[in-house]
Design a protein around this ligand. Structure first.
Ligand code: 5MM
Length: 341
């Protein structure tokens, strides 16, 4: 495969394919495993991810790349094969989460700054050797009365831009993820408020990317969709699709090859339906696809349920969800396909 940033970015958003976000940090994967009553250990995390990455149908046909956590990129499957090799053999590109998480932002109560810039150049060089060809950094922006503040938006955008420039220097495609949260507190904001804040955030992020000399052709944007807060009345699929495309057209330069959404707390089917509606009804300058965590894994996790005898069932559930999202990435998903499965 070509090592040019531009070619890697294009491959990440190949037709009918998207990204699997399997980069849950130790705290997040513990929460996921708690939901099925499974203890989170290095072995159980390995078994779970091995189950996903060995799902040939999903990985070969619908997944272009996988975002990994530091532990996973170094882990071997039960038979000693590295997890990275398993996904490479399926034609998937290994990626790595390099941020150190969102921490309280001093002087800005209720807001966070994503950390992890110190030593990043050295870490990227190591991840490149381990096989990573793209990476991810997530900034989290909360909506509530008076939030977000300009200080928090600006500082998170600057960190994203510094991260992206370092990745490109290392030959790694940065996924730039500024997430405007739908599930924050109080979480009752309207879809219009989500639009307004997301517009502000994306405009600021692209200003900072420009100032940091980031090559837009060699990056992928991972934004939230425009949705109402989790405790507010849900908007229709058509409205989410229309507002999200309008937002992206007014903020994201066409030089960016692809946009891969996060699911952010949407149900699996909502995340698929929204993506499909955008691709089916609008003409756009960039590829629009998925980079889902929960919306790709929830059914697989519960079908697997931590038991080796359920590996095939977990893989079937994952393959189904990946296929539905693969179809959504070209606008070809239909609700009936869910029922049929
Ligand atoms: C898979 O979840 C990722 C890891 O989160 P933590 O660092 O908090 O453990 C997360 O960053 C993810 O890559 C994106 O937010 C997309 O995940 P969802 O579940 O929102 O699609």
């Amino acid at each position: 495969m070509s090592e040019r940033l531009e070619d890697i970015a294009v491959a990440m958003v190949a037709n009918g394919k998207g990204l699997l976000a399997a980069d849950e940090s130790s705290g997040t994967i513990k929460k996921r495993f708690d939901s099925i009553g499974l203890e989170s250990t290095a072995d159980s995390r390995r078994d779970y991810r091995e189950m996903l990455f060995r799902s040939d149908e999903a990985m070969k046909n619908y997944i272009s790349g996988v975002i990994l956590y530091d532990e996973t990129i170094r882990q071997n499957a039960k038979d000693g094969t590295s997890l990275v090799k398993i996904m490479q053999d399926a034609g998937c590109i290994p990626g790595i989460k390099v941020d150190a998480g969102a921490k309280p932002l001093a002087g800005f109560p209720g807001e966070t700054i994503t950390e992890g810039l110190d030593g990043l150049r050295e870490r990227l060089a190591e991840y490149y050797k381990l096989g990573a060809r793209f990476s991810k950094w997530r900034a989290a922006i909360s909506i509530s009365d008076g939030l977000p503040t300009w200080g928090a938006v600006k500082q998170n955008a600057q960190a994203l831009a510094r991260y992206a420039a370092l990745c490109q220097e290392a030959g790694i495609v940065p996924i730039v993820e500024p997430e405007v949260l739908m599930d924050g507190t109080p979480g009752n904001h309207s879809i219009e408020r989500c639009y307004e804040v997301s517009e502000w955030v994306l405009k600021t992020v692209f200003d900072e990317l420009y100032d940091a000399r980031v090559v837009l052709e060699g990056m992928i944007l991972k934004p939230n969709m425009v949705v109402a807060g989790q405790k507010a009345q849900k908007a229709s699929v058509e409205q989410v699709a229309e507002l999200t495309v309008r937002l992206l057209k007014s903020t994201v330069p066409s030089a960016v090859p692809g946009i891969a959404f996060l699911s952010g707390g949407q149900t699996e089917e909502e995340a698929t339906a929204h993506l499909s509606a955008m691709n089916a009804n609008f003409t756009m300058p960039w590829k629009l696809t998925f980079s889902y965590g929960r919306a790709l894994q929830a059914a697989a996790l519960s079908a697997w349920n931590g038991k080796s005898e359920n590996v095939a069932a977990g893989q079937r559930a994952f393959a189904h969800r990946a296929k539905m999202n693969g179809l959504a990435a070209t606008g070809g998903w239909k609700k009936d396909l869910e029922k049929a499965a």
